[in-house]
Design a protein around this ligand. Structure first.
Ligand code: ADE
Length: 225
């Protein structure tokens, strides 16, 4: 898989891909992540990429031309399955969408900034618009990092234990059950006995039951769909 991220602040997106699981995935060649500075596609001497909005109003708008140039250049080299735009008024990003996107080959992620992008970018280049939650970030970069992380960890070979993504919260619409590690007793606080019993079928049944109870209590909305 290949992810191309278009941004006015590439610095903000460097560190998430330089540590831990994402770094290892890149080193193993399981994914390529390329950051593109929108300013490099500006056609004027000031490297301008934003301008005032027609009709007046506070806040700058990312211009269509540099975005078109960047996307067109990328598309001239390879085909893309999706052009995602990170925006607070997009579709809510979920584990289901992460699963779907993890099956794609090449994707572009466009980060909004200031007031956002010229609507014509959304109309003519973007295939899917995503928000990571009902709050406004200062730009789409952190959201792009969140979406990339959620996708990349699902790629085959990225997680050490191949089954571990399947037991995450939200895969099957349930939250994950409680987990414990050694010591079995700490300050008198013990681990549920079943987990040290060695009885795998019973442990599985207990985890399933705990997952259901936790979901009913914390996120009953997940059980509706
Ligand atoms: N850009 C600003 N806020 C955002 C959000 N909540 N999700 C995605 N992109 C954003």
């Amino acid at each position: 898989m290949r992810i191309d991220i278009i941004t006015v602040l590439p610095e903000l997106l460097e560190s998430p891909f330089e540590a831990s699981i994402l770094k290892r995935a890149i080193e193993k060649g399981l994914v390529e992540v390329h950051l593109h500075n929108l300013r490099d596609y500006s056609s004027n001497n000031y490297k301008q990429v934003d301008d005032y909005q027609f009709g007046g109003g506070a806040g700058m708008v990312l211009m269509i031309e540099p975005i078109d140039k960047c996307i067109s250049e990328l598309k001239s080299v390879r085909d893309y399955d999706e052009v995602l735009y990170m925006t607070p008024d997009g579709e809510k990003f979920t584990q289901g969408i992460a699963n779907e996107l993890s099956l794609k080959g090449n994707i572009i992620i466009l980060c909004g900034h200031y007031k956002g992008v010229d609507q014509r970018v959304r109309d003519h280049f973007v295939t899917r618009e995503l928000t990571i939650g009902d709050y406004v970030l200062s730009g789409g970069e952190l959201a792009a990092a969140v979406v990339s992380d959620a996708i990349i960890r699902l790629l085959p070979g990225v997680l050490g234990d191949e089954t571990s993504a399947l037991t995450d919260s939200f895969q099957d619409n349930l939250l994950a059950p409680p987990i414990y590690t050694r010591p079995a007793e700490y300050k008198g606080w013990t681990v549920p006995e079943i987990l040290t019993s060695g009885n795998l079928p019973k442990i599985e049944a207990w985890r399933e039951q705990q997952a259901i109870e936790r979901t009913e209590k914390r996120r009953p909305d997940l059980l509706d769909d």
